[in-house]
Ligand binder design. Structure first.
Ligand code: NAD
Length: 511
């Protein structure tokens, strides 16, 4: 049922807000996508939401969960759709569209990023929200899944306009109870970052001055606004940990012919934003060779390896990879994914590998840093060719994992390590003194410092993230072996079973 509300907000023009249960789109519509990023897909391949549902259905069949429970898990709980005007510098007004979908409220708050892109639509947001639910379950983060989107190209707006739009969108979320530390907690996604998260928190706080936990209404904030050290790089670091883990598995080594070392591996990354940049950086820091990077305009390819900091600086100064060192520039950037490499990391957008290009993919391991980069038919083909696909809901879960740590920090109102660091150092120091007495040798100041050093906040965050990723990879691997299936289906089976247990044990109100 769709409920349409027309409201007038003080000092602005009328704002049209629709708040409704989901299931608006017809199944047919789900198989027609309007995206311009469809070069990789045949027309009859499902759109992003259709892809997520197809993957879900495959896993559902072997999950052992009842049909009623599956129906309940699969449906998007609620969506908010808003339209509001924003004043441009020449005094004209443009109407901005925004969405927030809460896929599952089996655990609260709901959690999921906010995307600023001119390709945002309701179904994309629903697809991303669904993935968030499954992702949180895979890494045991006790949240439901949500996602938000504002349909605009951030490059076409000034910072002042973007701030007005972000604040206005947040106001809509506040008024409809779609944001709050116990309700729904956004985070960065494509086109947004710490700056936007700061504006969101400040706006929420203005509307909720009595909420002592206001900082927990959004994650991915700058440190000065209650952010946690390590959140910025968390998704890329999680991608690194996850791929490193899979390469250790004997069955993966057998299937791909690759060794377990990161050092010496050739890597191609598509998308050089937050996730792609950090993933590339961690791979390079650990000895891998980044030989290709794709962006929306061109791609850079150099079989001798690309220095990540140097190309980042070049692009920041010139706005493009063109003219960077000896790199070959590919005018059709998606083609960089077809080059020979050990590991391919799509880190840009959904639907980048479909039936039109899947047969040209040569990488042995494909690590989905982006959400939904491979269509179901392409995934099936890759798996049939013995390639290892590490799925988005597992591999890019580092972001939400560290968002969870940030939220915990906000609710506890204290930096990680503040209460115990010195205490632990003092304890270890006493222990070392005893060891020195028994060994008959004094440690050097450097040796002593290395042992007694108490963990800083970012070290605790990295450690929690690494532990989470290793555990989730192991669980996925175990289910893949048990069910004799691919890693995506296995991760989804784990998610479905965990969500079903939570909903079953909490009982059903008003059923
Ligand atoms: P971002 O906006 O920081 O970066 C995206 C990059 O991709 C930009 O540099 C953009 O220019 C580039 N790009 C856009 N279209 C492209 C194309 N067709 N080909 C190549 N490059 C293209 O966004 P991000 O936060 O890095 O997110 C990237 C992906 O990772 C998205 O799918 C997002 O949903 C997913 N993700 C992000 C996070 C996070 O913490 N930011 C967490 C989990 C998943």
């Amino acid at each position: 049922m769709v409920v349409a509300l027309l409201r007038r907000t003080p000092g602005t023009l009328a704002s049209a807000v629709r708040l409704h249960r989901a299931a608006i789109a017809t199944p047919a519509a789900r198989f027609m996508s309007t995206h311009v990023t469809n070069a990789a897909c045949n027309d009859d391949e499902p759109n992003f939401l259709g892809s997520v549902e197809t993957f879900f259905d495959r896993a559902a069949k072997i999950s052992g969960v009842s049909d009623n429970s599956l129906k309940n898990i699969r449906a998007v709980d609620a969506v908010l759709s808003v339209k509001f005007p924003v004043q441009m510098d020449d005094d004209t007004q443009v109407i901005i569209e925004g969405y927030r979908a809460q896929h599952s409220r089996h655990r609260l708050p709901c959690k999921g990023g906010i995307r600023f892109s001119d390709e945002v639509d309701l179904e994309e947001v629903e697809a991303l929200a669904s993935l968030m639910t499954y992702k949180c379950a895979v890494v045991d983060v006790p949240f439901g899944g949500a996602k938000g989107g504002v349909k605009l190209n951030p490059k076409k707006f000034t910072p002042a306009q973007l701030e007005r739009i972000t604040r206005r969108y947040t106001m809509e979320l506040c008024q409809k109870n779609f944001i709050g530390p116990g309700v729904d907690v956004p985070a960065p996604d494509v086109g947004t970052g710490p700056r936007e998260m700061s504006w969101i928190m400040d706006t929420y706080r203005q509307f909720n001055p009595q909420d002592v936990n206001a900082a927990g209404c959004v994650t991915g904030k700058p440190i000065s606004q209650g952010g946690v050290r390590g959140r910025n790089e968390a998704t890329g670091l999680g991608v690194y940990y996850g791929i490193r883990e899979f390469l250790q598995y004997p069955e993966v080594q057998k299937q791909t012919g690759l060794t377990g070392d990161i050092a010496g591996k050739t890597v191609i990354v598509q998308g050089f934003g937050n996730v792609g940049y950090w993933a590339a950086k961690f791979f390079q820091n650990n000895g891998a060779k980044i030989i290709g990077i794709g962006e929306h305009d061109v791609a850079a390819y150099d079989p001798n390896g690309i220095d990540i900091e140097a190309i980042f600086k070049h692009r920041a100064e010139k706005g493009t990879f063109r003219g960077f060192g000896n790199a070959e520039i590919l005018e059709t950037p998606i083609e960089v994914m077809e080059r020979e490499c050990d590991i391919l990391i799509p880190a840009a957008l959904e639907r980048q590998i479909g039936l039109r290009n899947v047969k040209k993919i040569k990488a042995k391991v494909i690590g989905e840093a982006a959400n939904g980069p491979i269509t179901p038919a392409a995934h099936e083909y890759l798996v049939s060719q013995g390639k290892v696909v590490i799925p988005d809901l597992l591999l890019n879960a580092g972001g939400v994992t560290v968002s969870y740590f940030e939220w915990l920090k906000n609710l506890s109102h204290v930096r990680f390590g503040r209460m115990n660091r010195k205490w632990e150092e003092a304890g270890k120091s006493k222990l070392l003194t005893l060891v020195e007495e028994n060994a008959g040798r004094q440690l050097t100041p450097q040796e002593r410092r290395a042992v007694i050093h108490g963990a800083e906040e970012h070290e605790l965050v990295y450690s929690g993230l690494e532990d989470t990723m290793i555990g989730a990879c192991e669980e996925t691997r175990a289910t893949a072996a048990l069910k004799n299936t691919d890693f995506r289906t296995a991760a989804l089976v784990n998610a479905i079973q965990k969500i079903s247990t939570v909903t079953a044990q909490s009982g059903q109100m008003f059923l």
